[in-house]
Design a protein around this ligand. Structure first.
Ligand SMILES: NC(=O)c1ccc[n+]([C@@H]2O[C@H](COP(=O)([O-])OP(=O)(O)OC[C@H]3O[C@@H](n4cnc5c(N)ncnc54)[C@H](OP(=O)(O)O)[C@@H]3O)[C@@H](O)[C@H]2O)c1
Length: 369
């Protein structure tokens, strides 16, 4: 028999870490219609959780996601803050998008075949009668409750059975970072033998970009902190450049024999941004899904139009891409980079450690033990 109450980490409003409240008496979600109830085996952490909590997506915020702001928040009024989609989210909210777990109950319209299955959750919730409509997309663990709890629920169409000998924690490293990275490569149309420059290559999305660029035969070149160079090289980077090069084209020339690249796949932005654009070859493509070092950048329009550059944003994911990702994981075409696991009640401590950016890969919350 399933219990009626569960342990959960509940976000009570926009702000600092104090807005995360550990509860042992939270009501279990009830699956309705096509939804399924999932016992969470592990749930990965992302910057999105922190950005949403501190209200970073608000236009009034102009700085990057720093360790200090990640702990204290920006002190925004509720009306001034917003979620990733431009609208406020409602509280209380259970965050956590990257769920690996088991289906333990079904709504009245959910397929019997899912019962008992080990699954990953596709983090992009859609109106399945209009699945390509990006205005109707919502994010699991942001606009609905997610996986920082013992149990969660999701629409059956978002629930993908997986056959894998990776642990739950390892499987919980993939969803947000890898689907974002694959979508960036798709948006930039990355082909075999093209060079893809990846700032922030030690992080969740960056390390996935390195692996997924290799997977499609492209040549990833990483930028990361000096302490992480060996690990980043070991996941497939052709070359690894320093985080703050004096002259990025010169560093590229020294590393790969040419000063320019076909594609930049960026989640960092900030002060390095003009150099990233400067090292694109004529006709090059820049794709972006984050701005951890700062969202406001200096942009010389002449570089853009005189070099026939293409810039793409990459956030919402087309239907079908998550199923492709599950295939890559099952066939071990990409591997997990599990940097650490934390118990559910230590989510605040886990976020403090995550914000220090001393790790390579992803942190995962384990609600079981
Ligand atoms: N649009 C979307 O759907 C989507 C999805 C996922 C993530 N994102 C966004 O993408 C960004 C990166 O996400 P992630 O999960 O890959 O993050 P992450 O795991 O924290 O990695 C980010 C990496 O960026 C590097 N970095 C460079 N300059 C930095 C700075 N000033 N402050 C902090 N880190 C800096 C760090 O690596 P080094 O120390 O090695 O340089 C860090 O490990 C975040 O802003 C996140 O919100 C967006």
């Amino acid at each position: 028999m399933i219990q009626k109450r569960m342990r959960a980490m509940v976000l009570t409003g926009y702000g600092g870490l104090e807005k995360l409240e550990y509860r042992e008496d939270w009501p279990l979600p009830t699956p309705h219609g096509d939804e399924v109830l999932i016992e969470v085996g592990a749930c990965g952490m992302n910057n999105t959780d922190i950005n949403t909590r501190i209200g970073w997506y608000s236009k009034s915020v102009t700085e990057g996601t720093t360790a200090e702001r990640g702990e204290t928040g920006f002190g925004l009024e509720r009306e001034a803050a917003s979620g990733w989609g431009g609208n406020g989210i409602s509280f209380p909210r259970i965050q956590g998008a990257d769920v690996c777990g088991r289906v333990i109950a079904l709504g009245s319209g959910a397929p019997e075949a899912l019962m008992g299955k080990r699954v990953l959750v596709d983090t992009w919730l859609r109106d399945w009668s209009d699945p390509d409509n990006v205005d109707k997309c919502r994010y699991f663990g942001s606009e609905t409750d997610g996986g920082f709890a013992e149990y969660t629920k999701a629409p059956a169409k978002n629930v993908h059975p997986i056959e894998s000998d990776f642990s739950d924690a390892e499987l919980a490293t993939f969803a947000t970072s890898s689907i974002t990275a694959e979508n960036m490569l798709r948006r930039a149309g990355v082909k075999a033998d093209e060079v893809v420059l990846v700032p922030g290559a030690s992080g969740g999305v960056g390390s996935a970009l390195i692996q997924l660029a290799r997977r499609r035969g492209a040549i990833p070149v990483a930028i990361c902190a000096e302490t992480k160079v060996d690990q980043v090289r070991s996941i497939g980077a052709e070359a690894v450049l320093p985080r703050s090069p004096d002259n990025l084209p010169a560093a590229l020339e020294a590393a790969i024999g040419k000063p320019q690249v076909e594609v930049v796949a960026d989640v960092v932005g900030g002060t390095l941004w003009p150099q990233l654009i400067d090292c694109l070859r004529r006709g090059g493509r820049y794709t972006c899904s984050g701005a951890i070092a700062g969202p406001i950048v200096e942009f010389d329009l002449r570089t853009f139009y005189l070099n026939d550059l293409t810039l793409t944003g990459a956030t919402t994911i087309p239907p079908g891409l998550f199923a492709d990702l599950v295939g890559y994981i099952e066939r071990k075409e990409i591997k997990p980079l599990l940097a650490g696991t934390w118990p559910l009640e230590s989510l605040r401590e886990a976020q403090t450690a995550f914000l220090k950016k001393q790790h390579v890969g992803n942190f995962v919350i384990n609600p079981v033990g």
